[in-house]
Design a binder for this molecule. Sequence first.
Ligand code: NAI
Length: 334
Amino acid sequence: MRIAFFEIEEWEEKIIREAFSGNDVFVSKDKITSAYLPDKLDFEILSVFIDSRIDKAVLDCFPRVKCVATRSTGYDHIDVAECKKRGITVLYVPGYGDNTVAEFTFGLVLNLTRKMYQSIDQIKERGSFSLDGLRGMDIKGKTIGIVGTGRIGKEVIKIAKGFGMNVIAHDPYPDENFAKEIGAEYVSLDKLLGNSDIISLHCPYNKDTHHLINGKNVGNIKNGAYMVNTARGGVVETEALVYALKSGALAGYAADVLEEEGETKEELQLLVSGHPKEEELKIMLENHILMKMPNVLITPHNAFNSKEALERILRTTIENIEGYLKGTPANIVQ
Ligand code: NAI
């Protein structure tokens, strides 16, 4: 079997080659998109991470591919419907780092509420010990609203409880037993927006959650609340977010993800590779405004990035591909 792994780090290569020693294995540190393609294209299995984009154009270039194994929980970088149409199995890694992302989420919460980044930055950059503008807010006794109570959302709730916070949550598939046990209450999205001091997003990105927070409901957010997004950028309409932050309706926003994240990371490539769409350019401009705002903290999609989580991702991906090779695939994207 010809198996290709993209976006691979040095430490992973040895483990991959050992695991698939009987197969023809290709390993690359590069991502794949229609603008970045490897020289060889006759692979039967592709394993990618989130910066690759497996769309129709890319699939056209790999006519023999039968399985795409993403080393991530989110799979919005893969055109799953197109894969299904072509009989390509898509495998993913559920739950490799629920605590990993939840811990990072709370890092962002504390950075927003206690101005940790600004505090450290002013000493490093200016040697200033002034407390001007650094007053924060306690989180004990405050209400956190969790949008999406799956694996990561539940871990965030457990941590929030440790901080003594009240927890409300919204999920179209509520887990009432969990809520009862931990002491959280499910509410409508609008009620969550109106009653949370901190809103934290943990739902997947798909057509139903595209712009879940948007120009129509952003006005329902409790005045002066903070929002944290470690889910996906497209869950929030960037234009509405910028206005809410500018007006002060939202006190601060911290995110590990951006709408049109790939394009924003690779702006130059987007410009030289053809004709960027007007909507993409608009969102990229909004992202630049967002990134420069004093009450906004953006991290480079780093929430998953712990040593332990990466080891779990690789182990599960190897098991996923082994299962596929044996004819007993697990962790199939439905
Ligand atoms: P999960 O599948 O366990 O949980 C997602 C939850 O969201 C489910 O309970 C689902 O019912 C709920 N949901 C679906 N639609 C919703 C809606 N409209 N409103 C509210 N809730 C909704 O997924 P998991 O493992 O908790 O991951 C969540 C997301 O976090 C992933 O899809 C991925 O995009 C993102 N993620 C980000 C990482 C990062 O490094 N920043 C790393 C890993 C995941």
